[in-house]
Ligand binder design. Structure first.
Ligand code: NDP
Length: 400
């Protein structure tokens, strides 16, 4: 069918690459291009004997638009799948524009110096992508990603209007370390130490970090504390889903994680303000990342399950209706299949599916779109096929 260039070769990319290689009919060729080429080569060595997908590798600095353009021009992919960090979104979008190549990512752009999660920078590319006749699919991970597809599916099949969405992200996994993050620590800590917020009646309501706590009993996991966080998909879903009055995002955290985080915050280790250390400028959060366990190393040690999904409340045929769509994923099963834990798995699988939707022309419209703006049905089908089957509950316990 075609060729895909995958930028980045970390936790999420590794899963997406495994999945592309299982799907050789669509992904005839992939190029793994990242900052550290040895990681790309190691993955190629492991996977090439197992797949018909032809794997190539390259070194690239994705902060450099010219380098990206040269690489895209030499490989001529149908789609660029950006699985580097959110800081590279705009340079990669610029390179896609210059080469008229479709673009897919899993996280919205963030400037390095402020932890701000907003789509405005990427939405500003709408007209340029439309004129170039190419698609940018934003947020094709789990959350954002599957949560948006779930919302579009609920809207299409179950509701006339959706008034309330609560996105619940539960990780019931245990890696046995007192403190570690399940994906890139810098991105993770920036996310959880930011102020919380949700949208009510069209306006953002801000909370202190971790101010709002609820307890929820998750199927497959059990009872967990969860906290209201700001999350990027709230912004696009509030615009794209009809009838939204309130939309919130909750994530579970264990007490040990929170105690360590508080302590690290109190001593200044989570700051993104550069400081001088022995004549060299360092960013405390980047230094902290260097001393924490590499998320990729958590795979073999993590046991338990994740349960991520959305509870919808709205109206169907004039009557009130509640509906919960979720996926349960087992850390050890993911590890056995692709050598990664469930957090990378639940993001890498939808990333591959998003690229597939664009490559096969199943999703085809020029411009910059969030995932819920496409027909959810083929994506929902692909989730069942490629390892993230979903379940539904028509009488869920609600979050107050
Ligand atoms: P990792 O840190 O494991 O991987 C990032 C990769 O990008 C690394 O291989 C890194 O290279 C590479 N990279 C970083 N900077 C550059 C650069 N300038 N040029 C080229 N390559 C670069 O992160 P994750 O895999 O955990 O996360 C990947 C993305 O997925 C992030 O944007 C994250 O926010 C997103 N994500 C989305 C989720 C969702 O549900 N939507 C959930 C989890 C993550 P090197 O190997 O040299 O460090």
């Amino acid at each position: 069918m075609g060729k895909c260039m995958i930028i980045g070769c970390g936790g999420v990319a590794s899963v997406a690459i495994h999945k592309c290689c299982q799907n050789s009919d669509v992904f005839e060729g992939i190029m793994i291009a990242s900052r550290t080429k040895s990681k790309c080569d190691a993955l190629k060595e492991k996977l090439q004997p197992t797949t018909k997908t032809v794997i190539e590798t390259a070194q690239v600095n994705a902060d450099n638009v010219e380098e990206l353009i040269a690489l895209i021009e030499s490989y001529k992919p149908d789609v660029v799948l950006n699985l580097a960090l959110p800081y590279q979104d705009l340079t990669i979008m610029d390179a896609c524009l210059a080469t008229k190549t479709h673009y897919v990512d899993t996280a919205n752009y963030e400037p390095l110096d402020t932890a701000k999660f907003e789509y405005k920078w990427q939405w500003a590319y709408r007209e340029k992508f439309e004129k170039a006749g190419i698609t940018a699919l934003l947020g094709s991970g789990f959350d954002p990603g599957v949560t948006g597809v779930f919302s579009a599916y609920a809207m299409k099949h179950e509701f006339d209007e959706i008034n309330y969405i609560d996105i619940l992200d539960c990780n019931g996994g245990d890696h046995g370390y007192p403190f570690a993050t399940n994906f890139n620590p810098e991105i993770n800590i920036r996310e959880v130490s930011a102020k919380g917020s949700y949208i009510e009646d069209g306006k953002w309501v801000e909370t202190e970090p971790m101010e709002i706590k609820r307890v929820y009993n998750f199927k497959g996991v059990g009872e967990k504390d969860m906290y209201l966080l700001h999350h990027e998909e709230l912004e696009s879903l509030a615009l794209n889903i009809k009838g939204i009055k309130r939309i919130r995002f909750f994530m579970t955290f264990g007490q040990s994680y929170l105690t360590h985080l508080k302590c690290l915050e109190n001593v200044g280790m989570t700051s993104i303000e550069p400081i001088m250390y022995e004549g060299k400028e360092i960013v405390p959060l980047q230094f902290l990342k260097a001393v924490l366990p590499d998320p990729a190393s958590l795979g073999p040690r993590t046991v338990g399950k994740t349960n991520i999904g959305c509870i919808f409340r709205g109206k169907k045929d004039g009557k009130d209706k509640n509906y919960y769509l979720y996926n349960i994923c087992d850390h050890q099963e993911c590890y056995k299949e692709v050598g990664s834990q469930a957090i990378s798995y639940t993001t890498g699988v939808p990333a591959m599916i998003g690229a597939m939707m664009i490559m096969t022309g199943t999703w085809k419209k020029a411009g910059v779109y969030n995932i819920e703006e496409f027909d959810p049905d083929p994506f929902m089908e692909a989730l069942n096929k490629w390892g993230l089957p979903w379940e539904e509950d028509f009488d869920p316990v609600l979050v107050d």
